[in-house]
Structure formats: structure tokens, C-alpha cells
Design a binder for this molecule. Structure first.
Ligand SMILES: [Mg+2]
Length: 214
């Protein structure tokens, strides 16, 4: 996907807040482990996830569709699960002078797991700790309040239209749509992807679009 020319007002961005799953973290290991725990093949599980993404149904339905109980073990985030461009991008954004945060629909334990993975940021938050999950407007209001800059100077980065780009845009934030992971590729086919301020295929591409702050 070619990067779009940043829109008017883009240079006013002061804070960058990123989603977790499939934005920073490659969930392949976690979903593969879940497939083994559930006694289904990773291929079947991944395919059903893709179908649910296409149908705009929650991924939590995957066990019902496969006809197996949800595995008892909660997925964790290991340092090796981060996409190779994740830490370099976070560090580059910090060096460039942005307020940088992470906020996603995750268990509270993900916060410590992300810090262990080498992420030291202005904001590391999870939906479980906040008690509100995307796409609720209250989640994005909390993000804006936590970073302490006006909404139109906050850029939210995510791999989904329904949970990331559209609700962040509705909250008045700038948005970057990242085409990777199952949802990213499925949602990239939709006309609404054009509503994001920028569309990128990697976090490295995004960093190139964000100039160093004076
Ligand atoms: Mg995500």
C-alpha cells in the first residue's frame, strides 16, 4: 500500500497512541497456542478468524463456530511476539519528540508484559484496567485525557477500522490505518479505509511520515 500524503493539519500532531494486537504484537504464536490448547488445527482457527473479521463478528465467537470450549489458558505477550518494527518505531517516535502511548483491548497483565518487552512509554494502558473497551467513545476520551493534548493533535494507530480508525476519528483524533494482520488486510478492502488520515503497511512507514518535533 502506498502511503498517502499527510493531510492538512498533520504537522500539529503531538502525541501518538498505538493499538496492541496486530499493530505492535504479532498474535500468531498466541493464536497457534490457543488452537493447540483447544484441539483444533491452527489453519482452521485462523480461517474462522478471517471469516469473523469479514462478517464484522467478534473474534470471541471462534470457539463456538469451531464447536470447542474456549481454552482456559489466557494468551500472554512475549518479547518475541512484537513485530520487528515495533520497538524501533516507538523509540524513534520518542526521540522525535512525541508523547507516545499504547492503549488496546487487552487483559491488564498485558501492560506489564509490554513493559517487560522493552516498552517504556508515556502511557501503557489496557481496556481491562480502564474498565472500558474499544470501540466505546469513553475509551478514546480516556486516551485523550491521559496524553493531555487536544484530540486533533493525537494520532491513534491501529489495524482495524471498526475498533481503531472509525471510533478514534469520531472522537476527533487523527488516525493511521495499518494494513497487517487478519483484520488489517480484510478492512483494507473497504472504502472506509480511505477515512484514515494515512494508510501504511508498517510502523516504519508511519515514522517516516511523522517529522521530528521542534
Ligand atoms: Mg489490533
Amino acid at each position: 500500500m502506498s502511503s498517502t500524503t499527510p493531510p492538512h493539519g498533520w504537522t500539529e500532531v503531538r502525541a501518538v497512541v498505538l493499538d496492541v494486537g496486530e499493530t505492535l504484537v504479532d498474535e500468531t504464536r498466541a493464536w497457534t497456542q490457543a488452537a493447540h490448547d483447544a484441539g483444533v488445527t491452527p489453519l482452521a482457527l485462523m480461517a474462522v478468524l478471517g471469516a469473523l473479521a469479514e462478517r464484522d463478528e467478534p473474534h470471541t465467537r471462534v470457539w463456538e463456530v469451531l464447536g470447542v470450549p474456549r481454552p482456559a489458558r489466557t494468551p500472554t505477550i512475549e518479547p518475541g511476539d512484537l513485530y520487528p518494527d515495533a520497538l524501533p518505531a516507538l523509540h524513534a517516535l520518542r526521540r522525535a519528540g512525541y508523547v507516545v502511548g499504547i492503549a488496546g483491548n487487552q487483559p491488564a497483565g498485558a501492560e506489564a508484559q509490554l513493559r517487560t518487552a522493552g516498552v517504556d512509554l508515556d502511557l501503557v494502558a489496557s481496556s481491562q484496567r480502564w474498565g472500558v473497551a474499544k470501540p466505546a467513545p469513553a475509551f478514546f476520551a480516556r486516551v485523550i485525557a491521559e496524553v493531555g493534548v487536544p484530540a486533533d493533535r493525537v494520532l491513534y494507530v491501529g489495524d482495524r477500522l471498526d475498533n481503531d480508525v472509525l471510533p478514534a476519528r469520531a472522537a476527533g483524533m487523527r488516525t493511521a490505518f495499518l494494513r497487517r494482520g487478519p483484520w488489517g488486510h480484510v478492512h483494507a478492502l473497504r472504502p472506509q479505509a480511505a477515512l484514515a488520515d494515512v494508510r501504511v503497511d508498517s510502523l516504519g512507514e508511519l515514522v517516516e511520515l511523522l517529522p521530528a518535533r521542534p
